[in-house]
Design a protein. Sequence first.
Length: 310
Amino acid sequence: MKKFTASLVFLLLLLIAAGCAQPKDTGNKGSQEDKPFQVTVEDHLGRQVRLSQKPQRIISLAPSNTEMLFALGLAERIVGVTEYCNYPIEALQKPKAGSFAEPNIEKVVALQPDLVVAVRMQEEELARLEDLGIPVLVLNPTCIEEVYRSIELLGLAAGEEESARLLVAGIRGKIDAVREKLLEVPEDKRVRVYYEVYADPLMSVGCTSVIHELIEAAGGVNIFADVEAPYPKVSAEAVIDRDPQVIVFPNYHGTEEVLANEIKSRPGWGAITAITNERLFGIDPDKISRPGPRIADAVEEMAMIFYPEL
């Protein structure tokens, strides 16, 4: 059972993670007639990724990347995704190129991509693809601004810069609107929030995680903001001592009521303000854990949870 739990936690952390990068160079080098499309970008690993033609067959090796591609309007050019890519619903119909943790390189190659969009922990597989001459772009955003830059980078690589600009503007606008509305909430009146990533062992979010920043954007105060690890193990005593006013947890397929009751029944937790006031809420784990286009939706949802009166 312990081995199973450890494996589950490892997979959970893999699913939470994703990629950061920013443009290195744009523009057309050489003859416009010979190379109508040519870009060179620097990805999160500091690698120079060169594309001499607009990618028409794109494979995504992470759910967050898949959501970015669809949001950029590239559905018809996506020829492969992972088994965990479930949003939007159209992603379920795409050919599968293995799992997030273990991409199937043979399937990737068979799908004949001219661009693969990956994440940082897939470095070993990336080297094999590069040896075959397949361009690989690594995205791994760790904060809201890096999500914006990753979308812009992907738009640049795919030849859809304007779509990327508009998408980023829309996401930024929604989050900024929430922040502006919350200006009327004094800092000393903002709610203390405990986000539970996992129950056994207890895991939360530290100040270096995207989820921490989303909580802050929604006007919450992460009770573990002083912890630098992105997804630290925490003790039940620490949660009790820090007395959150709101508890948020991943709602897996309608398990919200079951999980809320489990949290309420923990020894010593009955005195926590969030529990005495019945302020426990489940949230779509994909929406909040994937650093992609839906981060604005997560911020809006949490803001409504934290401050329903506004």
